[in-house]
Write a protein that binds this ligand. Structure first.
Ligand SMILES: [Cu+2]
Length: 207
């Protein structure tokens, strides 16, 4: 540390001396260069970083995102997914006034297609559909696209985070993509084929 300070001080004096000589020779051409010795020293001798700083030690993570469309096709929020070493973290934000208050099923469906506004059947069934295997509490399941329910507040907004290691980002971003679907009701994680969750009220193509 003391060596660093001594070096900085030396560099600073050199910088000041240089600034002075430059000022003398260029005095008539331009305004005098303000002495920026402090900044110069910082730039030339940055503080030593520990081996492998934070950013380098985090492995590159695969990310995906989608815009959620409500039953009239208007944007109501978004979904963000990031794959870490142990699975996929999923975050959803729903804007005020978008959905009915209460619990709603949310699943990853197998096709990245939300073109049939309001129906959202073009997104197909759940990723990794298993006949009789839907539901996080099902001994025959779950299907890889199954997720925990999302709760919508009384103002119609929601903030949701969940995590799954039943599905990988390469399943989600496969050739025909995938979609996040929000259903009108809650998933009981047991009933077939969709946990009694009812119709599809929002859809996002994940990309
Ligand atoms: Cu579903």
């Amino acid at each position: 540390m003391s060596r660093f300070l001594a070096l900085s001080a030396a560099t600073a004096s050199i910088a000041v001396a240089f600034a002075c000589s430059q000022q003398t020779s260029n005095a008539q051409e331009e305004a005098p260069t303000p002495p920026e010795s402090g900044e110069t020293v910082q730039a030339e001798t940055p503080p030593e970083m520990p081996e492998g700083d934070g950013q380098q030690s985090i492995p590159s993570m695969m990310r995906a995102t989608g815009e959620l469309l409500g039953d009239d096709g208007n944007a109501i929020g978004d979904i963000n997914l990031v794959e870490g070493p142990n699975g996929v973290l999923i975050e959803v934000t729903i804007e005020d006034g978008s959905l009915t208050e209460g619990w709603h099923a949310i699943h990853l469906h197998q096709t990245g297609d939300c073109s049939d506004t309001g129906e959202y059947k073009a997104s197909g069934g759940h990723i990794g559909k298993i006949e009789g295997g839907h539901g996080l509490l099902n001994t025959e399941g779950p299907e890889p696209g199954d997720l925990t329910n999302l709760y919508v507040a009384s103002d119609g907004s929601a903030h949701y985070e969940t995590f799954t290691n039943y599905v990988s980002m390469s399943d989600i971003l496969d050739d025909d993509g995938s979609a996040a679907i929000i259903h009108e009701g809650r998933d009981d994680h047991m009933s077939q084929p969709i946990g009694g969750a009812g119709g599809r009220v929002a859809c996002a193509v994940i990309e």
